[in-house]
Design a protein around this ligand. Structure first.
Ligand code: WQD
Length: 344
């Protein structure tokens, strides 16, 4: 172990947001140590990360609840910080299998929090979600907006935040940050890492790119009878590379306010509708996207986007990339994945 290195434990580091954060950490001089059991990510992401960063990636195939093995990692790589991504996150699946979500999302967090206390980790960043705002009355939402939940998944995020709030005061040396992501989209400019859902995608943009790639027959727009300008739902789509950089900003934050944990909305502060996403995709790629208007999806909310004043000011972080860039990189990644799978 080299003493001048700032090791950052990244649970779920082979996943979509985790892998992009690993790249951002290395670019800022940190040394990420990936903890991932690959239940929802591909092992070959490690090799692709090595290609992108041109350096060896430290990783361990460990589940977050396997504390004995995690202790071994922390003995070998005393971490300055921990970023906790590892969790189940499919809204629909959480409705079918709530206990799986409670066991993994709560169990993993408890295990990690115990180790943070045991090893006196200085910084803890938790992957939360705008889903904790439920169906907000007032848009844009800020960090003081009421929280609720619309699914067992959203419930786990809300309760995990509260667990951290209850626990952290017993670890005064730990500075904790809760990042409430809006809708992560896009891929790294290399085209080597991106959103790689197993099976049928849940989220809009991978469904669009898989339809354009001919994997899906057509996209179904889940309702165009909402009270929005074009009748379709509005979301705050944030480029995953911007989102990754927000995690580094949280680690580097010198925020000495007494707030601990501190909560930030991480979005663009702009709303985009489903039909706008489709038309932007068609304009960028020149490909006609086959879609039909279907019934509303259970649990969908009409509109949400972030008030980002707090993260802009306190973390000196602002999203820089555009929806166009997110869609272009997502499309490039889709083509990379198709080519890779066709060679198997
Ligand atoms: C976006 C819009 C759909 C697919 C979820 C989680 C949230 C976060 C991001 C983890 C909606 C519409 C989608 C399709 C469609 N994940 N859509 N046809 O539901 O806003 O947020 O993912 O933290 O917690 O709740 O994202 O991409 O599923 O949907 O019309 O085939 O696209 O109705 O309006 P969502 P999404």
């Amino acid at each position: 172990m080299e003493t001048d290195k700032k090791y950052i434990l990244v649970t779920g580091g082979a996943g979509y947001i985790g892998s992009h954060t690993v790249v951002a950490l290395i670019e800022k001089g940190f040394t990420p140590v990936i903890i991932d059991d690959f239940r929802n990510s591909n092992k070959d992401v490690i090799q692709r990360l090595q290609t992108i960063t041109k350096q060896e990636i430290i990783y361990f195939n460990i589940a977050c609840q396997d504390q004995p093995r995690l202790r071994g990692v922390l003995e070998q790589f005393p971490a300055f910080g921990v970023i906790h991504f590892a969790a189940d996150k499919a809204v629909g699946e959480s409705v079918e299998k709530p206990l799986k979500y409670f066991d993994n999302n709560f169990g993993s967090l408890i295990s990690i929090l115990e180790l943070i206390q045991e090893y006196n980790i200085e910084k803890f960043v938790f992957s939360s979600s705008c889903t904790v705002y439920g169906d907000p009355e007032i848009i844009p939402v800020n960090e003081e907006s009421p929280v609720s939940y619309n699914s067992p998944y959203g419930y786990t995020k809300k309760v995990c935040e509260e667990m951290i709030e209850q626990f952290i005061p017993s670890c005064p040396s730990v500075k904790a940050t809760l990042l409430r992501y809006f809708n992560p989209v896009g891929a790294h400019e290399s085209g080597l890492i991106g959103e790689e859902p197993d099976g049928k995608p849940n989220n809009l943009l991978p469904f669009i790119t898989q339809t354009a790639a001919g994997i899906r027959k057509e996209l179904t727009v889940f309702g165009d009878d909402y009270d929005t300008p074009d009748g379709t739902c509005i979301r705050d789509y944030i480029h995953v590379v911007d989102l990754a950089e927000a995690h580094v900003a949280a680690l580097e934050s010198l925020d000495d306010s007494k707030d601990n944990p501190v909560v930030y909305n991480v979005g663009t502060g702009k709303g985009t509708s489903v039909l706008e996403m489709i038309s932007t995709f068609e304009n960028i790629t020149g490909k006609q996207l086959p879609y039909t208007i279907g019934p509303r999806r259970e649990g969908d909310i009409k509109e949400i986007f972030a008030n980002t004043d707090k993260v802009n000011q306190k973390l000196n972080w602002k999203s820089k990339k555009t929806i166009e860039d997110a869609i272009a990189t997502a499309w490039s990644f889709e083509q990379y994945i198709r080519e890779k799978r066709s060679k198997k």
